[in-house]
Write a protein that binds this ligand. Sequence first.
Ligand code: SF4
Ligand code: SF4
Length: 708
Amino acid sequence: MSETRQTFAGLSHWEIVFWYGLIAVSTATFFWGVALLVRKYRRGRAGVELGSLGPRLLRTGRIVLAHTWIRRRDPAAGVAHLLIFYGFTVLFIGTAILAFQDDLARPLFGFDFWHGAFYLGYSLVLDVFGFGLAIGLGVMAAKRLRHPARLDYRRPDREEDRERYVIGDWVFLGSLFFLATTGFLLEAFRIAWTNPSFETWSPIGWTVGQAFRGLGLEGGAASTAHFVTWWTHGVVALAFVASIPFTKAVHMLAGPANVAVRNDRAGKALVPLPEDATPEQVGYGRITDLSWQHLVSLDACTKCGKCHVACPANASGYPLSPRDLVLDLRELAEGSIGIRSTLGVPPLAEPGADLVGARIRPETLWSCTQCMACVEICPVGIEHVPIINQLRRRLVEEGELDTMLQSTLEAVYETGNSFGEPKRKRPRWTRELDFEVKDARREPSELLWFVGDYASFDVRNQRATQALARILNSAGVDFGILFDAEKTAGCDVRRAGEEGLWSALAEENVRTISGCDFERIFSSDPHSFHTLKNEYPQHGGIWEVLHHSQLLLELLEDGRLVPSKHLGYRVTYHDPCTLGRYNGVYEPPRMVLEAIGCELVELPRNRDNSFCCGAGGGRIWMKELARAGSRRPSEQRIDEAVELGELDYFVVACPKDVTMYEDAIKTSGHQGELELRELSELVLEALDPGAEVGILAESHSHDGKEQE
Ligand code: SF4
Ligand code: SF4
């Protein structure tokens, strides 16, 4: 006897006809659901250009097949999902091969390949992958039963029963588990019934089947059990396939689709407004304002909650969870243009409503620091940052701003700086230096230093700025600044949603810089560095831009800077979001610290997993939103540093970090336990241990008040 089996063993002609009828209904329902999804996406605005398809698909294939993003920072979940993904895929392909053999190859061409060695190999592969599927599902279920914070759907900002999400997750997991186990039972009952010796190639089914026979379940009883299980398994499998576009399972389609169509740089270089945009075209006000790509991304969300726990706003009790924002938008989309509205199911949120209103609150959007932690960790590549930015743009357009933010933006508009200071005060920090700083507008210079607002005006930051100037002077670096012609670079203006003001600032800075003769630009401010490097090209400003940590490293490596002292300090270092996650600059500051003889002790969350100080996205200019009793992001960061044990310094490489952490050291209750140093201050000490950086007699804090 050739090794094979009958696909429809024990089924009558009419039962087989009925089965094909069910397949037709299931397939039609699936494609109808897919058509409704496509219709929903087509209601969105035009997205960004996708570019060439080949490389995009290759990259998507690599990310999806290797689970590159799913494995990030949770390898156990990554492996479990790999088992589920490959288990489901192989079982699906196995079913498709069978259908091809029974419905096409054999009836049309008389080609019968499902026997002998092919059948035995097929049986073994499906058994192994089916077992993997069951194990993966078991691991996922066990993780859920531990109630991790990331799967907690309660909302700190409102009373709301979201039990339906929990039920939906369990139904999805449970139905896959049911399919995996009934698949094995089905096989075991068949083996207990027919008992062919070659079925040892289905090791799980064979073992369970022999156990059934040992218990006396064979012959007619096993045949009946097989019949019942066959139908149960089959009907649930077809129902599952039909349900994919309508349930949590939609992420199986939308997840890979989103990885394929997302704009990888969307969070890093925000999309400009269309030319001559009408007020209705500014930002996202209604669900149909979302680009089709962003509508796809809402359906891709698996509710894994990784962004929820990575978010510094959420961790500090601000009324924002990136996961909840995505789910709110998804419900609004479903209620107005999605399947739910087509089916007439009462929407979970009002259809057609303004996005910001009852469901999404302005405070939610103003809570975001645009730190990119959510985008970086999302396993399906959702772009929370540009979505939030688009929602903010509409709020700004409608004048619904945080009042403190509004006055800062007005100050930027009127004075060209966020401190509201007269522009002549911008270069005042140079007065304390014992050498002249070149005016880059009048003389050529090798390097143009874009100083930035905080490094220019803030009294504490001026010390670090002066330290950097002295270092460069001692290395004989030919550098110049723009003096009073420099304006706020605008990174946080743009992140706050004031696109028009950012454009005006960018245009003016590009004009000023273009009139100078230089080779490269550098900045000690990662926010200025970022927007000059990645966003000014949208206004024609294309230059080589460096962060000062990169420049310092270059000078140390070239031997133009030679430390005279091995500092021997035990320090930790905070990665600024706009330097690290936005631009991948992780090593230069660390290498500089090593070169000057510091022992670096890493914070538990470092590099791409760094935790935002809470200043970005314009939040440094807004009122505090943390829930009473919560620790602000900067305070949590200081707590982490103190946990590392005796440290000489908490090192930063960003002026806003200087401001945030000097403050947090005091408010966190750790004053006296930890001291802050900007990277340049340590480098200057290593070059010239006796150097003292003067503090200006009259300067200004970040809120613009006169200081002693
Ligand atoms: S960008 Fe940062 S603050 Fe904003 S939602 Fe994402 S993780 Fe939260
Ligand atoms: S948005 Fe991404 S990271 Fe957040 S819950 Fe959804 S899938 Fe997970």
